[in-house]
Design a protein around this ligand. Structure first.
Ligand code: 5GP
Ligand code: ZN
Length: 118
């Protein structure tokens, strides 16, 4: 169930401050922190404080938390000075290289973002 999943979930442990993270923004619903392996000059992960395995599951179970997450993406972009644009990514499933099964948005910016993404 959700509690068992959350017990040994990496991002739930970051929310509980059991693992350190470089936090850039926090509110009631959301935590944002720098990716440990940045793929752009700015690479921030924005996560809901509730545990769901991916963005679609989050949308189904807690739509208000998904809205708060997208609002936090905008706040992170403002705070990081990404006024020229940025990319928001939800990797879902093995083929998209999702490795942490707690919903998260990647916010990538500070360089030109290629399209199509490859
Ligand atoms: P995914 O591949 O699941 O979409 O993204 C997971 C992201 O979490 C990866 O970009 C990876 O670098 C990042 N990550 C993995 N472990 C940690 C960690 O302990 N701390 C931080 N800040 N990021 C992590
Ligand atoms: Zn979790």
């Amino acid at each position: 169930d959700q509690e068992t999943a959350a017990d040994d979930c990496l991002f739930c442990r970051i929310i509980r401050r059991e693992i350190p993270a470089d936090v850039v923004l926090e509110d009631e619903h959301t935590l944002a922190f720098r990716d440990i392996s940045p793929q752009a000059p700015v690479h921030v992960l924005v996560i809901p404080k509730v545990h769901h395995p991916d963005a679609a599951a989050l949308a189904a179970a807690a739509p208000e938390a998904l809205v708060a997450l997208v609002e936090a993406v905008g706040a992170v972009a403002d705070q990081e000075g990404l006024w020229e644009g940025y990319r928001t990514v939800f990797n879902t499933g093995a083929r998209a290289h999702q490795t942490v099964f707690h919903a998260h948005a990647h916010v990538l910016g500070g360089r030109d973002m290629a399209w199509p993404p490859g």
